[in-house]
Design a protein around this ligand. Sequence first.
Ligand SMILES: Nc1nc2c(ncn2[C@@H]2O[C@H](COP(=O)(O)OP(=O)(O)OP(=O)(O)O)[C@@H](O)[C@H]2O)c(=O)[nH]1
Ligand SMILES: [Mg+2]
Length: 366
Amino acid sequence: LLSRILQIVLDQGARLARPGEFTLRAFLNGRIDLTQAEAVIDLINSKSERGLVMVSKQMQGAFRNEIFGLRQDVMDILAHAEVAIDFPEEGANIFSRKEAANLIKKRLVKPVETLIKAHAGRRIWVDGISTMIVGRVNAGKSSLFNRLLTEQRAIVTPIPGTTRDIIESTVNIDGIPLRLMDTAGLRDVKNEVERAGISFTEKKMTEADFLLVVIDQHRPLNQDDLDIIARSREKKALMVMNKIDLPSKLSHNEKEEISSGFSVVEVSALTGKGLDRLRKTVVECLLTADVELTTPNVAPNLRHRQALMDASEFFKNAAYNTEKDAPLEIVSLELKGGLDALGDIIGETTGEEVLDSIFSQFCLGK
Ligand SMILES: Nc1nc2c(ncn2[C@@H]2O[C@H](COP(=O)(O)OP(=O)(O)OP(=O)(O)O)[C@@H](O)[C@H]2O)c(=O)[nH]1
Ligand SMILES: [Mg+2]
């Protein structure tokens, strides 16, 4: 019935809404700013409850208000600078250079840096922590992946080299969203398809936030295991000793190698033994690290982060030049640069291509 009605309406000359069109209109008509429009996409894609809270605050305008406030501060300071430029005799007395520089640092540089840090919180709560299950072929990575998802997503077989592509799914552990990825087992191979899967895994490994390194403790370590362990040292990683339903074939030295510098958990992906312990340890690993536990009011995305970094650079230079007695014209230019960068965030000064790329992320309508 619904599609019949739709068909009739379309026949009468109506057209379907383009992706993000309703939100775009609200933005163009000034009902919402760009951060609120982006929050609509985030709300749809958010990976955790906390992420939802963050982006719904953003949708109500929390981030916009912060940027508005900051822009107001820039304009206040800019006004002082302009007065001092136009009326050098009087202006010089309002502030000492030192005081003015401190004001720029306190009112502009610092708050912008705080907002930049909030991006890390967003990555965790809104996007999810990108977590890769890596290890030698046949170690039980796909079995573990299925266990953590509590469903049979990935194919498990006794044949080494079963997984070729990266399979991704989101799982919440204690409210922390993990973007869990099952990957192709690493080994030296000639087969071109498998080789491609392995290079893809290796590339993605450098981008992951967190690694679950699966080791089959029923086999002695080989060069592939050692390579993976070595690579993992550069990242946040947890060692998962799998197949503990079978006897251990690891020597004392091998165990030392695995446990030095890493937390270790023993599991059986086959029987499910140790899985609760694993979940607990994952949370501990993530929380003791640099995970931001508070839920900020803002969830700056990459685009915002870039603009904030630009603004921060301008404000830092403005503070520096103020202190160093540089001509106020220069300081004023830098403050204006920062003002524009902040304007980009809320869409005050944003170009058409950027808008296109933002609104095309929507699925139909909305
Ligand atoms: N006994 C035992 N067997 C397991 C365990 N975990 C996995 N296996 C078996 O080990 C074999 C390989 O498991 P997979 O989960 O496919 O291993 P994988 O690491 O994903 O393998 P590739 O994708 O080929 O790299 C299968 O026959 C599993 O049933 C375990 O804890 N105990
Ligand atoms: Mg697999």
